[in-house]
Design a protein around this ligand. Sequence first.
Ligand code: ZN
Length: 273
Amino acid sequence: MIDGLIAFIFGSSLGSFLNVCIYRLPKSLSIVKPRSYCPSCRRTINWFDNIPLISYFILLKGKCRYCNSKISLRYPMVELITGIVTVYLYKRFSFSWNFFEFLFFSSLLILVSFIDIEYRAIPIYICPMGIILGLIFKLYESSKYLKSGIIENLPIVNSFKGLVFGLGFTYLFKLFGDLLLGIYLGLNNKDSIEGEKESLGLGDVDFMGMVGVFLGTKSVITTFFIAPFFGLFYSLFAILFKKSHIVPYLPYLSLASFVSLIWAEGIFTFIGF
Ligand SMILES: [Zn+2]
């Protein structure tokens, strides 16, 4: 119980740092300096106004202490989600190398999702950087396998297969999707659908490569096929409430890859592979 609480506090603090990254990375600002400040009045935030969840809901009630401007609900949401994810990973992997590896991966998922929701694009270096760090994580893990004399099923080998498969599979789908979209637009004499000319962006391809590195080939497949269902739910919501139907896609891919992290093996066992 107490260790779960510590995991939650650690996770929500990590979420607080992710909030800083979500706000600053797309603006090319440093994520270490200066200290957190209010985006409206630019006054530095006191440490006691920066306590995950508690400050937002109890001390500040969603408003800046100085200028009273509303603080985005995104801040406590990211803290809460990261906290819950951390507790889940801790319960599943306890305090192991896999825990850190998947916590890092999940943090990247949260990061790209919320940046994509806000900007409809993410800085191009995030997923390639995730790929490189993921390979380093797996290389270290493999070295421990080798030390104990295990040479089969090395994490780095699975990771590399996952990378090639994730990039290749998604890229082929993109080419195919672009072709269909091109034919559709050609037949209907349109330039694009609400400014969209691509079925999938290259960012989605990088993202799936990253999923392959951390979770392996099977999870690339489950992620790829689960994500559209999440997208579909949102699209229905958007149609009902007449919002724009351009949907940022990375949040669905992220959600689907987290579901894969939890259940991919189970799904494959279930369908008999
Ligand atoms: Zn302010």
